[in-house]
Structure formats: C-alpha cells, structure tokens
Design a protein around this ligand. Sequence first.
Ligand SMILES: Cc1cc2nc3c(=O)[nH]c(=O)nc-3n(C[C@H](O)[C@H](O)[C@H](O)COP(=O)(O)O)c2cc1C
Length: 172
Amino acid sequence: MNEVLNNIYTRRSIRKFTEQEVSKELIDEVVKAGTLAPSGKNLQTYRFFVMQKEASILALQDVVAKGMENPSYNFYGTKALIIVTCNKEDVNGVEDGSCALENMMLAAHALGLGSCWINQLKYCGDKPEVAAYLDKIGLPAGRRVVGMLALGYAADAGTAHPRQDGLVTYLD
Ligand SMILES: Cc1cc2nc3c(=O)[nH]c(=O)nc-3n(C[C@H](O)[C@H](O)[C@H](O)COP(=O)(O)O)c2cc1C
C-alpha cells in the first residue's frame, strides 16, 4: 500500500507512553512537519511552543488541572508537549493550527512515535491564573491555544475506531 495512505490509515491517538525519552532530532522533525502545514492565504498563523523538560510539563499539567478544576487531570505521561497557538484575530488561525496538528500526528506516527491531541488548555487558557502562568513561561497572553500535542513512544497500540455510516455523500 502507498506509505502515506498506510500512515494515515494506521495512526491512532496514543494516551499511554513509555519512559523512553524522545530525542530533540525527532521532536524537531515532528515540529517541522507542523510548520509545513497549509494555511489560509499562506499566512502561516501557527506558532509552536515546545516543552521537553519533565518538570515544566508537570508544572503546566498542574496549572491546567487547577484551571479545569479536575485534580486528577493529566497529560498521559507525555515526554514532550507541543502547544500550537494563533493570534485571536487570525481569521483562519484555528484551521491553520489544526492542519499543523494533523501534520504532526502523522509525522509522529511515521517516525515510530505516538501522539495525542490534548484540548484542555484551549478551554481554560483564558482564565486569569492560567493566562498569567502561560505568560510567565513565555507563551504570550492574547494568543489562542488551538491544541496541544502529547508526544512519546507508545506504551499501547491505541484503539481503532470504526467510521460511522453516512459520513460521505456523493452529489450529482
Ligand atoms: C479537536 C480535537 C480535540 C481532541 N481533544 C482531545 C483531548 O482533549 N484529550 C484526548 O485524550 N484526546 C483528544 N482528541 C483525540 C480524539 O479523542 C481522537 O482523535 C478520537 O477519539 C479518534 O481516535 P483516533 O485519533 O485514534 O482515530 C482530540 C482530537 C481532536 C481532533
């Protein structure tokens, strides 16, 4: 089978990671695939914030857990976190960022890594205490979080979700 199609067909969201670190080279490769995503009017509105240090990831996890008022909230033990943002004023910012996230999920899979889109910062990122923390760590206030990507070596295979009937209609 065509290897690009095979990669699309076999990607799964991964929510359990091994303890194995992901090299900077692999993370760079995944992020590069994100930066090569299409964007409306080629405005390249996406901005990528990459976290690799365990302490930093856990500290952000703690802030998001408090922001979501869910003490057991966690980032699945991810080894790297890629936060995709756009400006709130970017007309196609969410769409551009979503293309970038999909590119990165497919790149991760092609490189033997697992990944999962994580949404919660999008929901609580505007809370003053969360926004202040993001600003403090170098993610400027006023940016919209499109989504985060958890990245690591898969500790399980994920789940294949059969597609629903009726997703596609061919028109005359
Ligand atoms: C916009 C979007 C938001 C998502 N948010 C989350 C999330 O917050 N946490 C999570 O575990 N998975 C999240 N996912 C992953 C979906 O749950 C997953 O894609 C879906 O269950 C289908 O599984 P698959 O990716 O293995 O095909 C998100 C996916 C998308 C596209």
